[in-house]
Design a binder for this molecule. Structure first.
Ligand SMILES: Cc1ncc(COP(=O)(O)O)c(C=O)c1O
Length: 402
């Protein structure tokens, strides 16, 4: 990949931060946006902005933009039907939607919800709340010392009481790509429904929801070059049609009166009120960016970043990577602790050199505790990241670790 093109493609990369060129290594939190996504937003607002409907020309254009974005996202996921694409504000809202509708309507006392210890708070709290509301029980699958889910244990945890299993495609701490297809097969064999938190998966791994075999796949557009506060729930059409709505109000129902309402079908039933149009339009532009760059090219770039990043970080004294140090099944997300340095102090020191990383509990405290810590630092690279960014990271950490 031609690294030299990125500053012109990603305008934010052209700036200096604290007197240094920006090295943006916080992409797992939110990515930078390419010019094509920014232009799509400006173009929508400049030309076609209206409350979507078929009653006047602009409204009709806005409706077409939304429907075309739905088709683009369906293609991105290989979803069989665009009516299965629910636009939400992000993974957090998406998982709350599934837990608050499917789970609350279907779970009973004595049922089990299975999660892994590596879940982000946004794929943990909606389930603990659903468990409290329904009397269901949470069961937690461990990971091994490399951060891989303990599939041996999974078989024992699953039972005929398991109604739903929710796990991440890629952990935001470990960067490990879970064997989601195998996990889905095991869960479905036990008769459970499967929800995949794709917040860190969709940005890096080619997603084919039909091949994976899940029931719901949820991701955030803003973690894959799309606009802030965009996200998607993909759900199997037969399940969507049986689920109660999430929010109720205009657009998701017809013939509404005090004593009745006729709900829309498929995804539309879950999108009450005036929809966001610019967000999905921008997200569709992000999908087209991936398609133009080529998934294979992006995958190879990721692989290179993983190998180079792991090698450079291995040279830093007193630095411990959380999870596997092998480049296999990995995306370029590097979480680490440095002996003698608080993670937040590390992040602040790097910021002084123009290097943006994250620090804290990563909204994944149970997993950090599993690895014996309560906070960590995380550098996460993406399509616009270069070896030079990772060199600057490693050199700055090396200077700190001396
Ligand atoms: C694995 C994982 N799940 C869920 C989320 C929540 O995503 P959002 O904040 O976009 O709702 C994140 C965000 O960091 C994440 O990394």
């Amino acid at each position: 990949m031609e690294h030299g093109v990125w500053p012109s493609t990603f305008p934010a990369l052209g700036q200096q931060v604290n007197g240094h060129p920006l090295a943006y290594l916080d992409s797992a939190a939110t990515t930078l946006r390419p010019r094509s996504v920014i232009d799509a937003l400006v173009d929508y607002y400049s030309a076609d902005n209206a409350n979507p409907s078929r009653v006047h020309t602009l409204a009709s254009r806005a409706a077409d933009r939304l429907s075309s974005a739905r088709q683009t996202v369906a293609r991105f996921l290989n979803a069989p039907d665009p009516a299965e694409i629910i636009f939400v504000r992000g993974t957090t809202e998406g998982i709350n939607l599934v837990a608050g509708t499917w789970a609350v309507a279907n779970l009973r006392r004595g049922d089990d919800i299975v999660l892994t210890v590596a879940e982000h708070s946004s794929n943990l709290m909606p389930w603990t709340r659903a468990a409290r509301q329904t009397g269901a029980r949470i069961r937690v699958l461990d990971v091994d010392d490399e951060g891989r889910p303990r599939l041996d244990q999974f078989k024992n945890i699953l039972s005929k009481r398991t109604r739903i299993v929710a796990f991440n495609h890629v952990s935001n701490v470990l960067g490990f790509v879970n064997p989601v297809k195998e996990m889905c097969a095991l869960a479905r064999h036990a008769g459970a429904r499967v929800v995949i938190d794709g917040a860190q998966g969709a940005p890096h791994v080619r997603v084919d929801v039909q091949d994976i075999g899940c029931d719901f796949y949820v991701f955030s557009g803003h973690k894959m070059l799309g606009p802030m506060a965009t996200g998607v729930v993909w759900g199997r059409r037969d399940l969507l049609d049986l689920m109660p709505p999430y929010h109720v109000g205009s657009n998701m129902a017809h013939a509404v009166d005090f004593d009745r309402a006729e709900f829309e079908h498929g995804a539309l039933k879950f999108q009450a009120g005036t929809p966001d149009v610019a967000g999905p339009v921008g997200l569709a532009a992000a999908v087209r960016f991936f398609e133009a760059a080529g998934h294979e090219t992006l995958r190879r770039h990721d692989e290179e970043l993983v190998q180079y990043g792991l090698a450079r970080l291995a040279e830093v004294h007193r630095l411990r990577i959380i999870g596997s140090q092998s480049p296999e099944r990995r995306v370029p997300v590097f979480t680490f602790v440095m002996e003698g340095h608080a993670a937040t102090a590390v992040a602040r020191a790097l910021d002084g050199r123009g290097i943006a990383i994250r620090a804290g509990d990563m909204a994944a405290l149970p997993l950090l505790k599993r690895f014996g810590v309560s906070e960590a630092a995380r550098a996460s690279a993406y399509v616009y990241s270069t070896h030079a960014d990772l060199d600057r990271l490693a050199d700055a950490l090396h200077a700190l670790g001396k």
